[in-house]
Design a protein around this ligand. Structure first.
Ligand SMILES: [Ca+2]
Ligand SMILES: [Ca+2]
Ligand SMILES: [Ca+2]
Ligand SMILES: [Ca+2]
Length: 365
């Protein structure tokens, strides 16, 4: 098993007065250690009560392979996806309503000049998955796929799929698309539009009917009504917002630009700024899980594995109080995404062409 040059993962990380957070090596849980990463989706895919991880590594023939993308399950053997598919963001949900989580994955489109087929992996309940995207209407052949958000956006109790797409280079339409589930895991494109193509990268879903996304330095919170009706709130602009996340009840939004993290609270009419926190490093992402927000910084940026470690200074904030716990991690690799996982987060550090360590942060009450 490959180990990072500096073993920062298997130790308790320092600090703190507010929460107890512990970092684990991902390979302790059967996940790869140093690897490239693009996205991950978490769910209990094998139904044993333990959260599993679908790890997506932007696998591509032109880039060094770290093994195929796959679903790392707690009891069943890992399920591997077909190799070299330029797979990007994935989202898990029980789309066919049979009680087990399925998985939808976007793909790129040959730098915006080719067609491709996104994948809808339907869980067979025996540790295997079948790609049924074509028969269920979610291939999105011209979409230059980037990220996925799963939620019941139209309130009919069936899980829908929101896909962000980067603009194409050949004039074909490639914009963000909401696929609505008809209740049989067959999907139709909604006419509903957000800030369309060109804003593919950062967004999250606070609750049903809603979509929060950052787009061109602005923060958009959409409330999705009848398909063509859009209501939108934009909190007092922080300026150059690049990342945001929200509590599941929609009461709190935590947003950040490069320098400042801000907490907004819904007062019945609008989101009102309640606190600010300076994390002292460039913020890459904010991810809310329960009443805690993980602020992922890039510090000195992506570091080469052959060089001495440089510090980053990630922070866990109380969403309602902004009480802060600093994590000095000294990770190699590129800070990538913080994905809510069990009581903490799965941290991806292998963005781009640089391999980095996977990390698990667990929070004790
Ligand atoms: Ca499991
Ligand atoms: Ca299912
Ligand atoms: Ca199933
Ligand atoms: Ca729905």
């Amino acid at each position: 098993m490959n180990r990072p040059i500096v073993s920062a993962l298997s130790v308790v990380v320092g600090f703190l007065s507010v929460v107890a957070a512990v970092a684990f090596a991902a390979d302790d849980l059967g996940l790869p250690d140093l690897t490239r990463t693009y996205d991950a989706a978490v769910a209990d895919f094998d139904g044993d009560g333990i959260t599993d991880v679908a790890l997506i590594r932007h696998q591509n023939r032109k880039l060094t392979s770290d093994g195929p993308d796959g679903i790392f399950m707690s009891s069943a053997p890992t399920f591997w996806f077909p190799q070299f598919q330029d797979r990007h963001g994935c989202g898990a949900g029980d789309f066919d309503g049979d009680g087990d989580p399925d998985l939808y994955c976007t793909k790129g489109a040959g730098k915006g000049s080719k067609s491709k087929a996104n994948e809808l992996w339907i869980n067979q309940g025996d540790g295997t998955f079948n790609d049924e995207a074509a028969s269920r209407g979610v291939v999105d052949p011209h979409g230059r796929g980037r990220f996925v958000e799963v939620g019941d956006f139209d309130g009919d109790a069936n899980l829908d799929i929101y896909v962000t797409n980067k603009p194409r280079t050949d004039g074909e339409v490639s914009r963000n698309t909401l696929f609505l589930n008809d209740g049989t895991a067959t999907f139709m494109r909604s006419p509903w539009k957000t800030e369309g193509a060109g804003c593919p990268n950062l967004f999250t879903t606070p609750s049903e009917h809603r979509l929060l996304m950052t787009c061109g330095d602005e923060l958009h919170l959409y409330e999705i009504g009848d398909n063509d009706r859009i209501e939108e709130w934009i909190p007092d602009p922080l300026g150059s917002i690049k990342t945001a996340s929200v509590t599941t009840n929609g009461v709190w939004i935590v947003a950040a630009n490069d320098d400042i993290v801000v907490g907004y609270k819904w007062n019945g009419n609008a989101y009102v700024e309640m606190w600010r926190h300076d994390p002292a490093h460039n913020v890459k992402e904010v991810s809310v899980n329960g009443n805690r927000a993980y602020v992922l910084t890039v510090g000195e940026g992506c570091t080469n594995l052959r060089l001495p470690p440089k510090s980053s200074r990630d922070v866990i904030l109380g969403v309602e109080t902004a009480d802060a716990s600093v994590l000095n991690q000294n990770f190699h690799g590129c800070a990538d995404h913080a994905i809510p996982f069990r009581s903490g987060w799965l941290i991806l550090n292998g963005d781009g062409k640089t391999r980095g360590p996977l990390e698990l942060i667990e929070i004790s009450p």
